[in-house]
Write a protein that binds this ligand. Structure first.
Ligand code: GLC
Length: 563
């Protein structure tokens, strides 16, 4: 935020040389992700909403967040939790009204919180008027040109146009019934069939989304998270994928036909111009699932997007070598283009990090988590506390996912009949999907709904009874709680001139320990081993993720030091 004391390189230095303005707020911001459906329920229907969020803004201010990012809040059939948008210029009735959204933006600003929303440009809902018009208009029409309609293969077009698969399972193509009642063309959907992919080669699609950007910037929002940012550009030849190692489908040539193609960057360069025309440093953050920090860096920098999520950091297992590599590579790649890093440990698509780290053995494959040993809550919690101090000490911004400040874990035993993630159905009931990280937050009290909604209301997913000890109320003022650790770290981050945007210096350390310094006078040490190690030379311990052992840093523990 106002941490301008760094000797930094890249864009920040240039700005300071110009001597005219402070670094923009987003370079070091802590953004709290509000998964609206599960944050707070104001009207008692079991689903979180804008009214619930408005009532809890003081909590977010007191936590020390700089901004909030809200998952999609638009009218939607909610096949994919709102990522199936039927109207990009309104609010879903279950969440509130446009007037409530305006009030929220105003109130958040009064509390010192910026507001980011989520834009879904890769696909619409099948209920979107454009898709309905495309179905009605028939083959060859301009309405179908906004999506990917194709004749099928096989003699009567009875086979999908290619072998692409949906991210949720099953083919990425669905055949439509034409207006004359006969089976006809197929349309592409890289996610659920209710999420048809837009054709970004179409001028109307481009113009429409730039107009949607303006609609929300005009309402005062400070930034936009771009859903599936890596996916908008497709190879119009729609080539088949081929079978790669382990049977996975991979591109035949160098370029993937629908992931991370250079054409997406041109779209974002145009969006950047839209954002830059507004006062007050509006920001984009890309959800780009691409291969490694070098590829992430292509999305950001002058003239392109401002920031992108650091998924290589999120997917890194609990290992000093892994973290050292991903942190080093991220900072190098992003600084080279003048962009800040943004660190993230959890979100609404991934298994919560308490549950990921709380295992002796586990691996990740993109966003998919594969546990290889049983869950140990104490281990996961200890590591999650250390990870929080690691993340919040790194140069750049950070994203917190609601509930991580409470130390919540993945709810792995939701009854099958309540599961709502389309992945559950489309995987043929082999993948339970992402509902386990979306369980409504526990705020207070000793029984569900734990203050999520009014007493007697039933949250849309059941909360574990053990969360009685994890409510925000139970944790407030308990110096040993996760909530108080986050509050203390965020308070210090705001006031310490070394933290936020800037650079770091690695210091020598035993294997299994990461130690880095930030100027002026700050050091973070994280011990990944099981046993204690001596603390690096320091003047004072500022904060620790767990009890210290005299002058020693116990295993799976992190400390912030004054040096
Ligand atoms: C993004 C969202 C995810 C959604 C998908 C399709 O990955 O984060 O929740 O299912 O896009 O829109």
């Amino acid at each position: 935020m106002d941490n301008l004391g760094e000797t930094a390189d890249g864009a920040q230095q240039n700005e300071r040389d110009a001597g005219t303005r402070a670094a923009p707020w987003w370079r070091g911001a802590v953004v709290y992700q509000v998964y609206l459906r599960s944050f707070a329920d104001g009207d008692g229907d079991g689903v979180g909403d804008i009214a619930g969020l408005r009532a809890r803004l003081p909590y977010l201010r007191d936590l020390g967040a700089d901004a909030i990012w809200l998952n999609p809040w638009y009218p939607s059939p909610m096949v994919d939790g709102g990522y199936d948008v039927s109207d990009y210029r309104d609010i879903a009735p279950v969440f509130g009204t446009l007037a409530a959204a305006d009030a929220l933006i105003g109130e958040a600003h009064e509390q010192g919180l910026r507001v980011l929303i989520d834009l879904v440009p890769n696909h619409t809902s099948d209920r979107h008027p454009w898709f309905q018009a495309a179905l009605a208009a028939g083959p060859g029409s301009p309405e179908r040109e906004r999506y990917w309609f194709r004749r099928g293969r096989g003699e009567a077009g009875e086979l999908p146009p290619n072998n692409w698969e949906s991210a949720f399972g099953g083919p990425a193509w669905t055949r439509v019934t034409e207006p004359d009642g006969r089976p006809g063309e197929w349309y592409l959907h890289l996610y659920a069939p209710e999420q048809p992919d837009l054709n970004w080669g179409n001028g109307e699609v481009r113009a429409e989304f730039e107009s949607i950007l303006r609609f929300w910037f005009d309402r005062g929002i400070d930034g936009i998270r771009i859903d599936v940012a890596h996916g908008l550009d497709k190879d119009p030849a729609l080539p088949d994928l081929v079978s790669g190692p382990g049977g996975a489908l991979v591109p035949a040539g160098e370029e993937h036909p629908y992931r991370d193609r250079p054409g997406v960057l041109e779209i974002y360069r145009s969006w950047r111009k839209v954002a830059d025309a507004y006062p007050g440093d509006r920001v984009f953050v890309a959800e780009a699932w691409v291969d490694g920090p070098q590829r992430v860096a292509r999305y950001v920098g002058p003239g392109c997007l401002h920031t992108a999520f650091n998924f290589p950091f999120l997917t890194c297992p609990w290992s000093p070598r892994g973290f050292r590599e991903v942190i080093g590579e991220s900072l190098a790649a992003l600084h080279a283009v003048g962009a800040p890093a943004t660190w993230v440990l959890s979100n609404h698509d991934c298994v919560r990090h308490v549950s990921r780290y709380g295992r002796a053995r586990a691996r990740m494959d993109g966003p998919h988590f594969h546990p290889e040993s049983p869950f140990d809550l104490q281990l996961g919690t200890r590591r999650a506390r250390a990870a929080a101090l690691l993340m919040l000490a790194l140069p750049g911004g950070a994203y917190l996912y609601q509930g991580e400040e409470l130390g919540l874990w993945e709810v792995e035993d939701l009854p099958e009949e309540v599961l709502q993630d389309p992945r559950w159905e489309w995987s043929g009931h082999t993948d339970r999907g992402r509902d386990g990280c979306r369980v409504p937050l526990p705020w207070s009290g000793s029984a569900p709904p734990f203050g999520f909604g009014p007493d007697g209301s039933r949250p849309w997913l059941p909360q574990p009874p053990e969360w009685r000890d994890y409510t925000a109320e139970a944790q407030a003022r308990d110096p040993g709680s996760m909530l108080e650790l986050y509050r203390a770290a965020l308070r210090m981050r705001r006031s310490h001139p070394a933290l936020g945007d800037g650079t770091l210096r690695w210091l020598g350390s035993p294997a299994d320990v990461l130690v880095f310094a930030r100027d002026p006078g700050f050091c973070c040490a994280v011990n990944f081993s099981a046993g204690p190690v001596p603390l690096p030379a320091h003047e004072q311990v500022l904060l620790a993720s767990g009890p210290l052992d005299g002058d020693r840093l116990p295993g799976d523990t992190a400390a912030w030091l004054r040096i």
